[in-house]
Design a protein around this ligand. Sequence first.
Ligand SMILES: Nc1ncnc2c1ncn2[C@@H]1O[C@H](COP(=O)(O)OP(=O)(O)OP(=O)(O)O)[C@@H](O)[C@H]1O
Ligand SMILES: [Mg+2]
Length: 298
Amino acid sequence: MNKLQLPSYKEQAPEVAERFRKLKEREVILETADLTKKFEVEKGAVTALEKVSFKAYRREFLSVIGPSGCGKSTLIRILSGLETATEGSVLLDGKPVTKPGPERGMVFQGYTLFPWLSVKKNVMFGLEVAGRSRNGAEAEALQWIEMVGLEKFVDHYPAQLSGGMQQRVAIARALANQPRVLLMDEPFGALDAQTRAKMQSYLLQIWRNVDITIIFITHDLDEAVYLSDRILVLDANPGRVNEMIEVPVARPRSSKQHLNPEYLATKAHIESLIHPPGDDDDDTLPMIKLTKAGDEIV
Ligand SMILES: Nc1ncnc2c1ncn2[C@@H]1O[C@H](COP(=O)(O)OP(=O)(O)OP(=O)(O)O)[C@@H](O)[C@H]1O
Ligand SMILES: [Mg+2]
């Protein structure tokens, strides 16, 4: 049988090559240099990240992908300032990051809204903390809530919303502070497949309308290829940069592109980096039988 022939994921159509040329002419918003993170544990030290260097350009959508434990969450926590690096540096607009700041918005996997506040009050919260008047904060919050399509739910409480809606509020809340960078750690990881696909489409629409650079952590190859300009692939133990991939798929994206040769080639390439041939994960569990002889499933 003929094997499906895919182009090289490095082949870029002229308009895609032009998009990347322009992207790299933009200003660098976030830059890491030789970022290393070691955790002291009982048995010695774990190197979660080793010499990770990359740049994210203005209005870029950059994803980070890699096997479980390769340091993705550690990386985003360092970028957010919640964790400090053992060595190396993070520069945001050329200035070192040492602690959390309003120029970095964050959205994580778990629903992190204040359950005792309405949608509107959740989004207003950061604005009021930043010193906006109540009326000013309310007007701005309503604008962001409208942007994520939840204007009918402003007075609802988080528990009255679906998981996808809660994450849209979390995105509105993060964007309301007008950060330079949105840091997202598997934000759609807890959602069912259909809601997740919708959220991906919403996120792309929002990203097109806002001057924001997104750093997006995911496990999901399709999600990474569908959303990203570039994808940083990390290896595990220690977490090192394997490759920075330029996604050769034209924008605007749509789910119809999932079967395009360049889409499939990129996905296949990342798959081969994360699960190299011959890397047979032993996924057999130890056999502990809780059934009697004769009860076997046939
Ligand atoms: N606070 C900590 N103390 C000790 N080790 C830690 C700590 N946080 C993370 N690690 C270790 O650092 C490594 C990277 O962890 P991290 O959570 O960043 O991985 P990840 O890529 O986000 O994984 P996943 O895909 O499962 O979310 C792992 O080996 C983990 O055990
Ligand atoms: Mg993680």
